[in-house]
Ligand binder design. Structure first.
Ligand SMILES: NC(=O)c1ccc[n+]([C@@H]2O[C@H](COP(=O)([O-])OP(=O)(O)OC[C@H]3O[C@@H](n4cnc5c(N)ncnc54)[C@H](OP(=O)(O)O)[C@@H]3O)[C@@H](O)[C@H]2O)c1
Length: 309
């Protein structure tokens, strides 16, 4: 199947409709570095040109791994996004600092780890409204003028935050969890498009919480995914039972329903999934060839689940 590409509003970037998320178990030492990098190469060979990571993911290891891959290809053939504003603390928790100085330092460190002279999109990593300031917006404009970042935006899955900051001039792109458990986020996506700004969907597979897969761990990695869901997304996990039907349709795999749902909204330029398996990259690309009956999407949209806790 040939990969499809969509323009990212407000930018001159064209993204593959599937992007690779360079985070979570992929970034940890438990996934050998050689495997992690070969997954990126595999995705790239299949036409995926968009790679998202974060400065705090695996304490910088995610960026380091992506940087090694970037070093092996033509830089201009990929779009790279990363995040600033959080640092990994102990027990997987993060500390936050959105001061202009901290964001500038974070960008400098990311450029080094990513082996690149510029970051295509810099997202502020889940800021609260009171963590944003006009000094920060000025610093972001400076980083753009200096060519260190090409575009800036906000990563947040908090609807109130995104609705509030979407019209701030220096933010051109928004990255939020958008998947079948968060159908009502579409109003925000449409508003962003009306401002001629770009939107990218994170966790488009809803971390497979709507399938039985999550409850039958067979490996250390699967136990890690289950523990993460129980720690961070317990309510979403319970609410997702209402969407079980979407993983049990005859002849349509769960990932095909999830990815096509996220991409059914044409304002979503790319849906970035995470994986540690080559075969799942293939399955996710294959998923794009399925045609999902519109009534399935309508049913998903009617099930209005409360947003992530
Ligand atoms: N998690 C967040 O809170 C968050 C926040 C901001 C941004 N993001 C961005 O969004 C990206 C994706 O997030 P995510 O990885 O948390 O969620 P996701 O892509 O919705 O789900 C990943 C999960 O789905 C599994 N999977 C992938 N393809 C599959 C397939 N075809 N069949 C069955 N299982 C499949 C993966 O397991 P295997 O490893 O076994 O394939 C993993 O457990 C991140 O990498 C990051 O760039 C995430």
């Amino acid at each position: 199947m040939n990969m499809q590409y969509r323009k990212l509003r407000g930018t001159d970037l064209k993204l593959s409709v599937l992007g690779m998320g360079c985070s979570s178990f992929w970034a940890l030492k438990s996934t050998p570095e050689e495997t992690a990098i070969s997954l990126l190469q595999h995705a790239y060979d299949k036409g995926i040109n968009f790679f998202d990571t974060g400065s705090s993911y695996a304490d910088g290891n995610a960026e380091r791994r992506l940087g090694k891959f970037i070093n092996s290809i033509e830089r201009s053939s990929v779009v790279v996004s990363t995040k600033a504003g959080t640092k990994q603390a102990s027990m997987g928790n993060a500390t936050k600092d959105f001061s202009p100085k901290a964001i500038r330092e974070s960008v400098a460190e990311s450029l080094e780890r990513l082996n690149t002279e510029y970051i295509d999109i810099l997202f502020l990593h889940s800021p609260k409204l009171d963590e944003l300031s006009s000094e920060l917006f000025n610093e972001i404009e400076k980083l753009i003028d200096e060519g260190k970042i090409r575009f800036a935006g906000v990563h947040s899955s908090d609807k109130v935050v995104v609705d509030t900051v979407k019209s701030i001039d220096c933010f051109t792109v928004f990255l939020s969890d958008f998947n079948l458990t968060r159908a009502s986020f579409e109003t925000t996506i449409n508003d962003i498009a009306n401002l001629n700004k770009g939107f990218i969907a994170a966790t488009p597979l809803a971390q497979m919480l709507f399938t039985n897969k999550i409850f039958f761990p067979t490996s250390k990695k699967d136990f890690w995914y289950l523990a993460r869901a129980l720690k961070n997304r317990r309510k979403q996990l319970i609410n997702s039972f209402k969407l079980r039907f979407a993983s049990q349709l005859p002849n349509i795999p769960a990932e095909a329903v999830a990815l096509n749902f996220a991409l059914d909204n044409k304002h979503v330029s790319s849906a970035i999934f995470g994986t540690t398996q080559h075969k799942n990259i293939d399955k996710n690309i294959e998923a794009l060839t399925f045609s999902i009956p519109q009534e399935v999407f309508n049913k998903i949209r009617r099930i209005k689940l409360p947003f992530r806790e």
